[in-house]
Design a protein around this ligand. Structure first.
Ligand SMILES: N[C@@H](CCC(=O)N[C@@H](CS)C(=O)NCC(=O)O)C(=O)O
Length: 204
C-alpha cells in the first residue's frame, strides 16, 4: 500500500493518476497538513511516495519506479520504446514543469506589476515553444496515436495534462496546438484523472 503526499492540483496529481492506471491501492496525505514533512523530503516538495518505510521523491523517478514495478502496457519491453518514454518523461518534468514553475515564481516574487507581467509573458512565450515541441513529437510518432504513448497515455502525457491546467491561474496567452489539446483532453477524460481530481477535492 502506497502513501502519496500531495498538494491539490500540483504535479503530485500525476502520480495519483498513474497509481490509479496501474490499479495500485494508496492513501493520500495533504502535505500542507503534514507536520515536519521536510523530514520525509528535505527538498520540501511533493510528490513524495512512501511504501513499506521507503520514501520515493522526484516525480519522474517515482513514475519510473511505478512503471518498472507494476507491469502494464505503459512500460513496453522494447528498450527503444522505453527510451522514448523516458525521454518524453524527462522533457515533461525537466523542461515543461520548470517553464510553468516560472509563472508561479513571478507571481510570488515580483511585486512591481508591469515588471511581473513582462516576466509572465516571456515565460508564457517559452511555454508555447515547448507545447510546439510536444505537437511535433505527436506528429512524428510512428504509432500515430492520440498520446505520446500511442493509444494509451504515457507518464509524460499525464504530467503534461496536469501542468496544462495551471495556465488558467495566470493572465497570459498560452497557446496549445490542436493535436496537443486532443491529447490533453484524452488524458483528462480518463476515469483515473477524474477520480484523482475528486479525491483531492475530498481532502479539503
Ligand atoms: N523536482 C521536483 C519538483 C517538485 C515540485 O516542484 N513540486 C511542487 C508542486 S508541483 C511543490 O512541492 N511546491 C511546493 C513548494 O515549493 O513549497 C519533482 O519533480 O518532483
Amino acid at each position: 500500500m502506497y502513501t502519496l503526499y500531495l498538494i491539490p492540483s500540483a504535479c503530485s496529481l500525476a502520480i495519483q493518476v498513474m497509481l490509479r492506471e496501474l490499479n495500485q491501492p494508496f492513501t493520500l496525505v495533504d502535505q500542507q497538513n503534514t507536520e515536519n514533512f521536510i523530514a520525509l523530503n528535505p527538498a520540501n516538495k511533493v510528490p513524495a511516495l512512501v511504501e513499506n518505510g521507503n520514501v520515493y521523491t522526484e516525480g519522474a523517478a517515482i513514475m519510473l519506479y511505478l512503471l518498472r514495478t507494476h507491469s502494464s502496457k505503459m512500460w513496453p519491453s522494447s528498450l527503444d520504446l522505453q527510451q522514448q518514454i523516458i525521454e518524453d518523461l524527462m522533457f515533461a518534468n525537466a523542461s515543461m514543469h520548470p517553464a510553468y514553475g516560472r509563472l508561479f515564481f513571478a507571481s510570488q516574487a515580483i511585486a512591481d506589476e508591469p515588471a511581473r507581467q513582462l516576466f509572465l509573458e516571456e515565460a508564457a512565450r517559452q511555454i508555447n515553444q515547448l507545447w510546439q515541441v510536444v505537437s511535433l513529437r505527436l506528429q512524428q510518432r510512428e504509432h500515430k496515436g492520440r498520446f505520446l504513448g500511442g493509444g494509451i497515455p504515457s507518464a509524460a502525457d499525464i504530467f503534461l495534462a496536469v501542468y496544462a491546467r495551471w495556465g488558467a491561474h495566470f493572465f497570459v496567452d498560452i497557446q496549445i496546438p490542436k493535436n496537443v489539446q486532443q491529447m490533453l483532453d484524452g488524458v483528462m477524460a480518463r476515469p483515473s484523472f477524474k477520480a484523482a481530481l475528486l479525491s483531492e477535492q475530498s481532502l479539503a
